[in-house]
Ligand binder design. Structure first.
Ligand code: ADP
Length: 492
């Protein structure tokens, strides 16, 4: 009987289930949108039960599409949007508040009140104090739901990121656990001691009783009894970590960039946890076979989202794939530079107050130049991350692995290769994140072999090589730097 690994990929806007065979090929996929809730300006929430039901639906649909039964499933891998925070009743499994999505800014004032603890938090967690991470979201829930802190102290309420929430529901409430990569994004987990940090728990006033047990990414989390008594959850990792694993960036210095709504670049730094001075985050890449692998991470807030803005805001393209045609209909960017700082700038600036600006327009400028400059802005922002990554790791990168929706733009990928002056490799499997946790689960069950054999399964669909010289690349980047500087001086 043919066996598959089932990957559950729970993302911000949708849940997906994907079946992989022994060759790491996709057999079937199913996807369902998750409706986000915006109760106030800057707040982003979702109903955690809706998330759970969407997962049940896509798992069933995926099996049906593949004409498979649970007997065909070797094991399960779970990957998820990171940092999103859920608190639920231990007995009933009912959430006491909506899931607060990672992007939500409702805990900004909590973070601001801890500004003097910046150093302490960075030294313990590798993170910068910011409402993205779970700690301030969890404090917000406990502060705003009367009696919840007391109930949590009595062990009646549980906290989890989306992986924990799904593990709890999949095991019918038998297992309350998370994995090291997800724990490392809560801002409550000490990435050096590998423990929930007592001092941070006290600081945020979080009862320890409500925290999940932290397990390695490759681990027997228990059977998904909701579906089948026999099928176990054997791999769990946050989405960006899973993607790094799916790209088989197993060696120190290997690096991937995901071009989604935002861009997330992660570099494997091996057993070294490098604390950045330039706005990179330090995180646990994975924890497998008792070996902790660390990563440096940089984030671009507006990546593919700038293409959505061209479509929905400027309305100069009908759909995202049209952007390449628009960009290539002009011979160059016409001197136009676009800083898409719609929500501030991420690494290395971490500037919340800067806003989007377009520079260098003349009477000859058309929307096609703006499309081209928008695509180029994704590559320039990624280069800013890349440069600090190389500097702080002391590693000269030879190539970059890519994935995510906007990596479908050949113009963007070629331009990225040009300004970085390195090769860009796009893998055959476009689902690196889901493949990452399939690899993890399949490594545990021996469905997949060694790291080496998983690396060999990797194939490159497209290779982009630098097509301009170093000097031209440097000149283009100088103009970008000037544009960023100018955008940052104008604070509306
Ligand atoms: P996420 O996981 O963050 O939702 P995806 O990896 O699904 O993101 O990528 C979605 C993004 O990719 C969108 O912002 C969209 O504008 C962009 N995108 C999709 N296809 C293309 C394309 N052919 N060219 C450029 N951008 C694209």
């Amino acid at each position: 009987m043919e066996k598959y690994i089932l990957s559950i990929d729970q993302g911000t806007t949708s849940s997906r289930a994907i079946l992989f065979n022994k060759q790491g090929e996709i057999i079937a996929t199913a996807q369902e949108e998750v409706t986000l809730i915006y109760p106030h300006e800057g707040w982003v929430e979702a109903d955690a039960l809706v998330i759970w039901i969407s997962v049940v639906n896509v798992v069933n649909e995926c099996l049906i599409k593949a004409n498979a039964t649970w007997a065909n499933i070797d094991s399960i891998g779970i990957t998820n949007q990171r940092e999103t925070t859920v608190v639920w009743d231990k007995k009933t499994g009912k959430p006491i508040y909506n899931a607060i999505i990672w992007q939500s800014r409702q805990s900004s004032s909590i973070c601001a009140s801890f500004a003097d603890k910046k150093e302490l938090i960075h030294k313990k967690t590798g993170l910068l104090i910011n409402p993205f991470f779970s700690a301030s979201k969890l404090k917000f829930i406990l502060d705003n739901n009367p009696g919840s802190r007391e109930r949590a102290k009595k062990g009646e309420l549980l906290f989890g990121t989306i992986d924990s929430w799904l593990i709890y529901r999949l095991t019918n409430g038998a297992v309350h656990a998370t994995d090291t990569t997800n724990a490392s994004r809560t801002m409550l987990y000490n990435i050096f001691d590998l423990k929930w940090d007592e001092e941070l728990l006290e600081l945020f006033d979080i009862p320890k009783q409500m925290l999940p047990k932290v397990n390695p990414s490759v681990y027997d989390y228990g059977a998904a009894t909701y579906f089948s008594k026999k099928v176990k959850i054997l791999g769990v990792a946050g989405d960006q970590h899973a993607s790094l694993f799916g790209h088989t960036c197993f060696k120190e210095g290997e690096c991937k960039n995901t071009y989604g709504t935002g861009c997330f670049m992660l570099m494997n730094t091996g057993s070294k946890a490098i604390l950045s001075k330039n706005g990179l985050l330090t995180t646990i890449a994975w924890n497998i076979d008792n070996k902790i692998v660390y990563a440096l991470e940089g984030s671009v807030f507006i990546g593919g989202a700038v293409i959505q803005w061209l479509r929905d805001g400027l309305k100069c393209i009908g759909s995202a794939p049209e952007v390449d045609g628009a960009a290539l209909s002009v011979k160059d960017n016409g001197g136009v530079y676009f800083v898409p700082a719609f929500v501030g700038l991420g690494t290395p600036y971490w500037d919340d107050d800067v806003r989007g600006s377009i520079f260098g327009m003349t009477r000859a400028t058309t929307e096609h130049h703006i499309c081209r400059a928008a695509l180029e802005s994704i590559a320039f922002q990624s280069k800013d991350v890349f440069d600090v990554m190389e500097k702080e790791s002391n590693i000269k990168l030879k190539s970059l692995q890519v994935d995510g929706g906007a990596s479908n733009s050949n113009y963007l990928m070629q331009f990225q290769s040009d300004i970085l002056q390195i090769n860009i490799e796009k893998p055959c499997c476009t689902e690196s994140t889901a493949l990452g946790v399939a690899f993890m689960a399949g490594y545990k069950s021996k469905f997949f072999g060694s790291f080496e054999s998983m690396s060999k399964m990797r194939c490159i669909a497209k290779l982009f090589k630098p097509s301009i010289d170093k000097k031209s690349a440097q000149n283009a980047c100088k103009k970008w730097e000037l544009a960023v500087k100018s955008a940052r001086t104008f604070k509306p």
